[in-house]
Design a protein around this ligand. Structure first.
Ligand SMILES: C[S@@+](CC[C@H](N)C(=O)[O-])C[C@H]1O[C@@H](n2cnc3c(N)ncnc32)[C@H](O)[C@@H]1O
Length: 302
């Protein structure tokens, strides 16, 4: 069964390495799209996975659009070859413009297929993909005024994908919180929050009554001595092995916490440590649409 993986911008090599590790051989690569005869159902690095990919020969624009219409209503084009012809086909499809998400929100329930042209007479399409968002693009109506950094978009995406949110009853801790984008998200959700950073947060955030700011190193905290937190977040800039050690200490403290951690890479991707993170039972990682050279690691207990 043919399966295709769309790599994030600039992250094709990470995706190819992951697929090779998982036994994929000789994929066909078209720009950011990696087409395989078989492969894993999930991936850390793929932005969008196209299942049961079909290849069809067509003669006319009408024939191509009919092929797509017969297989689904909503289609997202990944434009590669023959872009003008692809746009003509797209014009013949039911109107579909993905809405920007407003946080917090439920995910769209209508399936979105994905397609591209291999040449002017060959269509590649998949009615089923791994994402409710067109091509896996989590785009939000941004708040360009209130949050003190753009990092809030990563947390919006992580929580939207989870469809689980800290709330008034939750106690959360935000490690590496400065200037406060993630803390801003968590406080807006109503969570009781402790934010940890050596540098102070933006003054607007600091004043919030539900916030306790602790000016210290996240690595100096002894998890066993901390009261239980329901959610532990980290966006700390540090080497992945150091972050892994921190996670292991929190897990050993048996607080039954949910973890949402950014693993940041500098230069080469540290795949060895990423695999060590992934070997933690029940956890997984995804390169979010709003991630840069980093992935988000999740361990969700409830
Ligand atoms: C990418 S920024 C975090 C951005 C933040 N999530 C936001 O939404 O605004 C990374 C932060 O990690 C912090 N950091 C680095 N080492 C740290 C440590 N040992 N303990 C706590 N914070 C640390 C830095 O001070 C920096 O503010």
């Amino acid at each position: 069964m043919t399966i295709a993986y769309l790599a994030p911008e600039d992250r094709l090599n990470d995706l190819l390495f992951e697929l090779e590790q998982k036994g994929v051989t000789e994929p066909k690569i078209i720009e950011r799209l990696v087409i395989c005869e078989s492969g894993p159902e999930t991936s850390v690095w793929a932005q969008n996975i196209w299942y049961d990919v079909e290849t069809h020969h067509f003669e006319s624009i009408k024939q191509a659009s009919t092929l797509l219409r017969e297989r689904g209503r909503n289609w997202a084009l990944y434009p590669t070859a023959n872009v003008r012809r692809a746009r003509l086909i797209e014009d013949q499809l039911p109107h579909f413009r993905p809405k920007l998400l407003t946080f917090p929100t439920s995910l769209p329930s209508a399936p979105v297929g994905a397609w591209t042209l291999l040449d002017d007479k060959t269509l590649l399409c998949a009615a089923k993909t791994d994402s409710p968002m067109a091509l896996g693009e989590y785009k939000f109506v941004e708040d360009k005024i209130s949050p003190p950094s753009r990092a809030y978009l990563k947390l919006w995406e992580a929580l939207t994908r989870l469809q689980k949110y800290p709330n008034e009853k939750s106690r959360s801790m935000d490690l590496g919180a400065c200037p406060g984008g993630w803390s801003w998200v968590l406080l807006n959700l109503g969570s009781q929050l402790q934010s940890i950073d050596k540098a102070p947060l933006d003054p607007k955030i600091m004043k919030h009554p539900n916030l306790i700011y602790r000016q210290e190193s996240a690595f100096g905290i002894e998890p066993k001595n901390e009261e239980k937190v329901d959610w532990l977040f980290s966006d700390i800039i540090c080497y992945p092995p150091r972050l892994l050690n921190l996670v292991q200490r929190w897990i050993e403290a048996e607080k039954n916490t949910n973890f949402v951690f950014t693993i940041k890479f500098q230069g080469e991707t540290d795949t060895k440590t990423l695999n060590d993170f992934l070997s933690i039972e029940g956890s997984y990682a995804r390169h979010l649409y709003n991630n840069k050279h980093e992935v988000t690691w999740f361990l969700i207990r409830d």
